[in-house]
Design a protein around this ligand. Structure first.
Ligand SMILES: Nc1nc2c(ncn2[C@@H]2O[C@H](COP(=O)(O)OP(=O)(O)OP(=O)(O)O)[C@@H](O)[C@H]2O)c(=O)[nH]1
Ligand SMILES: [Mg+2]
Length: 320
């Protein structure tokens, strides 16, 4: 079972807990998510049944991604507020993540964000990436979730501007606000999301009819797809190493004199262990390939993905 550690980093009030609740209930018929602990899912039921917006999120909870009945991956999500980027504990925590989801409040983006807010997030994420680079670990993928897009649409309406154009402008502005998504080794996705048409007033309770989630699947699918693709490429490396080990032993066996029976037995058993290992890893690689194909197809073309600072248009979550 693949568990992916995700840091959900966003300023207080950016919409993290509400998003997590909505994500725990997302389904497209084939792919679906749930949370076995019931925290976000219970919050989702309270929102959809009674219009109650979640107040406090669970600090850490699991989102289980399924393909039909099969568990594809578990996203272990931790909601975090941007801490002092110089705080080594905060940096270490982010550095240990397999993926980082940055939540930007769409209402703030629509209104013109306050100075410095996103620099703080960029600085923290960059330091965390530097820690990884320092020990030779690959960069984690970054998902930028633009939350509350209903507020962007509302502001566009008020200004008589087309929604699509305004949303596209906001998406295009992200690399300027969070330059870390353009780092050479970072793959990033920008994903506008909303949980409902809740407007700008912060109410404890909304009309359940205004719950209208949009764009929630992509962050989960991209994050899982990226991680599984990385695992798949690790399997590829392991297979090459196993094949090379078998070859070396077979060569030695071929050159072994008949009298060296002990060594022969040793080599033969090492070869059969490596062959069995190869079959196991090959099986795992096939499973991972099948899953990444499903995830790539679910994502393809839906959202802008940046790799090495440049947009790529496939949306395929290949590790790179
Ligand atoms: N308009 C609109 N408002 C939203 C949406 N999602 C959340 N909100 C509002 O944003 C508020 C804060 O959302 P939370 O999910 O609590 O945000 P958070 O980042 O978890 O905030 P804290 O943990 O309280 O710091 C909610 O109470 C809602 O009023 C949305 O899709 N649209
Ligand atoms: Mg919260």
């Amino acid at each position: 079972m693949t568990t992916i550690g995700v840091t959900v980093l966003g300023p207080p009030g950016s919409g993290r807990t509400t998003l997590m609740a909505a994500m725990s209930a997302w389904s497209d018929g084939r792919l679906s998510t749930s949370d076995p602990g019931g925290g976000p899912h219970a919050a989702w039921r309270a929102l959809t049944a009674h219009g109650l917006l979640p107040r406090e999120g669970a600090p850490v909870h699991d989102l289980v991604l399924r393909d039909g009945d099969e568990v594809v991956a578990v996203l272990r999500c931790a909601e975090v507020s941007p801490a002092d980027p110089a705080d080594p504990a905060a940096v270490a925590r982010v550095a240990a993540s397999d993926a980082v989801h940055l939540v930007l409040d769409g209402g703030l983006l629509a209104a013109g964000p306050p100075d410095g807010l996103f620099e703080y997030m960029t600085a923290l994420v960059r330091r965390a990436l530097d820690v990884r680079r320092g020990v030779g670990r690959p960069a984690f993928p970054v998902v930028v979730l633009i939350s509350k897009t209903d507020l962007i649409v509302g502001a566009a309406d008020a200004a008589g501007v087309s929604h699509e154009e305004r949303l596209a402008e906001v998406v295009e502005a992200v690399p300027g606000l969070l330059p870390v998504v353009r780092d050479e080794d970072v793959t990033a996705m920008v994903c506008p999301v909303q949980v409902g048409w809740f407007g700008a007033a912060r109410e404890a309770r909304v009309d359940p009819a205004r719950v209208h989630p949009h764009g929630l699947d992509q962050a989960v699918v991209f994050t899982a797809g990226y991680h599984l693709a990385q695992e798949e490429s690790r399997c590829g490396a392991e297979l090459r190493a196993l094949a090379a080990a078998v070859e070396v032993r077979q060569d030695e066996l071929a050159g072994l004199g008949r009298h060296r029976r002990g060594r022969r037995r040793e080599l033969e058993s090492a070869v059969s262990a490596a062959v069995a290992g190869y079959a196991r890893v090959e099986e795992l690689r096939k499973t991972l390939r099948r899953r990444t194909d499903v995830l790539s197809a679910a994502l393809a073309g839906h959202v802008p993905v940046l790799r090495h600072g440049h947009p790529i248009n496939t949306g395929a979550p290949r590790a790179g």
